[in-house]
Every structure is written in C-alpha cells, then in structure tokens.
Design a protein around this ligand. Structure first.
Ligand SMILES: Nc1ncnc2c1ncn2[C@@H]1O[C@H](COP(=O)(O)OP(=O)(O)OP(=O)(O)O)[C@@H](O)[C@H]1O
Length: 311
C-alpha cells in the first residue's frame, strides 16, 4: 500500500490577481497527524478546499489516498472534513443531522450514528437542536458528522477554535483515539500551536501561500532542544574560554548570554570552567524550545527574506 496518503505537487491558486498559493509541495504519510501552521491568510483553508475539491485546482496536482483529486469521488468518499465551520443544520437535532449525513454517505442502519454519537460523547444531547448546542458540543457534532462513515483521511480546519481548555483536551483525546484505534490519517490546522504540537506527528509551515518548511516532530524536537543557556557578566570573555576548551558550538546572544547548542555539555563543567577563568556565572539552564518559538523564529527569518526580496 502507498505510504503517502496525500501528495500535493506544485499547486498554485489565484483569486483574480491575488496569488493565494504558490508552488505548494506537501506530503502527508498514512498514519500521520499533520499539523498545518500559518498566519491568518497564509492559505491553509484554500489548500484544504482544493484537497476536498470544494474549489477547483488551477495548476499542479493533488493525489488523495492514491487517487488524483478531481478525477472522481472515490477518495473523497473515504475522507471526512470540517472546513471553516462544522456544517450542521441549526434547526435539526444531533441525531437528525447525523441521519442526513448517513443518507449522503449511503449508510443504512443506525449503528454508525450510535457509534459516532458515543465516540464524541453527545449521548445526552442526541435530541437537542444544533443551534442549542454549546460551541464545544457543536464542534463535537461536526467531528461526529466528519467521521460517521469511518474515513481513512480526516481534514480539520481550525477544529478547536473557541473551545475551552477542557474542550481542547477532549478534542485532542478524540483525535488521538481516531488515529490510534482507526488508523485515521489527519490533516489539521490550528493557531493554538501548543495544542498542535501535542497532537501532531509532522508539521508543515505555510507562509504567504508557500510551504516554507515541513518537519517531523522528532526534527522539531531536535532543532528546539537548543542546549545550554549561560548567563554571565562578560559574554566575550566567556566565549574565549569556551572556545579554548573546545566547548561548542555556541552563539553569543548578547553581552550577558551565550547559548551552547549541544545536549552533551555538562552544566557543572561549564560553570567551573568559566568561574576559574574569571567570569561570573549567574545562571546555567537547559533551553527547551516550543513549536511556537520555532515558528516565530522562522517567521522572523521569512520577514527578513521577504524584505530583502522587495529591495
Ligand atoms: N474566494 C476567494 N476570493 C478571493 N480571495 C480569497 C478567496 N478565498 C481566500 N482568499 C484569500 O486567500 C488568502 C488565503 O486565505 P485562506 O482562507 O486560505 O487563509 P488561512 O491560512 O486559512 O487563514 P486563517 O488562518 O485566517 O483562516 C487570503 O488573503 C484570502 O483573503
């Protein structure tokens, strides 16, 4: 079986003169929970709409579950999606919305509906109209509608928007369960990067319509485990001492901070070395980066590149 569930190649999309996506390449492997990250207007929803054929492809190709998007409905019938907001009918109850969804998917019998209701924990609200549900309950209904037909691939655009911390945690648990129990591959976008970090196995960062980086969680962790931050009274002298002792690589952040970019260095050894060399050390701490920090650094670099490109 092909290990790539979604293969996006050289996809561009224009709205009139506006270039919303530009030569996008992106691959989601089967079993991934792929976190799509980007600022407002970066192009995440546009990409998701192209994948689900809600919007026509203008150039490039998208292969979903081994089938080119646009060639038929087979891959899409094995896909579930919440794009922009869950598409429940407000005057229909939870059960009625799911029944309608079941008909659309050609499902007969009530077992799939029961399973979806119980999976998202909406048993007590089965008779409630969608408009009377809380935001979190509506998001759960959206998820129930998206997974009713046991899709192999799930596309979720900002599914945790507006949820409270408990709701976010529960939603995360549901996604992890889907991924582990049903082997559902998931493409998810969110601005809540701490949450995306916890749930995703792989990340794609999109900026102004271009995918500027793809990396696994392990790669992110490696890049982020940024080493030992040393706070001193004189960073230049500390740098000389570290250099002579062959400790590094390191960055001199400013007059009082150095970052030794290695996991192998012993903080106690660094401390003793610097103090013996006449440097006052006020702090040595392990520096663990976050997805948020990584993303902000990358965006700062992009900003510089964008500005240089404009000159
Ligand atoms: N139908 C459309 N017509 C014209 N412009 C559009 C259309 N759809 C999207 N755009 C523009 O394309 C850009 C990308 O929008 P998109 O909704 O994909 O961003 P996003 O990354 O999902 O942002 P957000 O995080 O705010 O949801 C935006 O500048 C948007 O205004």
């Amino acid at each position: 079986m092909d290990s790539i569930a979604l293969d996006i190649r050289d996809v561009s999309k224009r709205f009139g003169k506006f270039q919303a996506l530009s030569h996008v390449n992106l691959a989601v492997r089967r079993g991934d929970i792929y976190g799509l990250i980007g600022e407002n207007g970066a192009g995440k929803t546009t990409l998701m709409r192209l994948i689900t054929a809600l919007s026509p492809l203008q150039s490039g190709s998208i292969s979903l579950l081994g089938e080119p998007v646009g060639s038929g409905q087979r891959a899409l019938s094995r896909t579930g999606a919440i794009i922009e907001s869950p598409a429940a009918f407000s005057k229909l109850s939870v059960e009625e919305n799911l029944k309608l969804c079941a008909i659309q998917h050609g499902l007969s019998g009530s077992s799939d509906i029961e399973e979806a209701i119980s999976f998202v924990g909406l048993e007590a609200k089965r008779k409630a109209k969608a408009k009377h549900l809380s935001l979190g309950q509506r998001q759960r209904l959206g998820l129930a509608m998206a997974i009713l037909h046991h899709p192999d691939f799930l596309i979720l655009d900002e599914p945790i928007n507006g949820l409270d911390p408990t709701g976010i945690m529960e939603f995360r648990r549901l996604l992890q369960e889907l991924n582990e129990r049903r082997q559902t591959t998931i493409l998810i976008s969110s601005h809540i990067l701490s949450e995306l970090y916890q749930v995703s196995t792989r990340f794609g960062i999109i900026h102004k319509g271009r995918v500027v980086q793809e990396l696994t969680r392990a790669e992110l962790d490696a890049a982020n485990r940024s080493g030992l931050l040393v706070e001193v009274d004189q960073a230049p002298l500390a740098a000389q001492i570290l250099d002579q002792a062959g400790i590094g690589p390191f960055d001199v952040n400013d007059d009082h901070h150095l970052l030794i970019r290695s996991q192998e260095v012993d903080p106690a050894q660094v401390n003793v070395l610097l103090v013996r060399g006449g440097v006052m050390v006020s702090d040595v701490s392990r520096q663990e980066g976050s997805l948020e920090q990584y993303y902000l650094n990358l965006m700062a670099q992009q900003q510089v590149m964008d500005e240089e490109g404009q000159r």
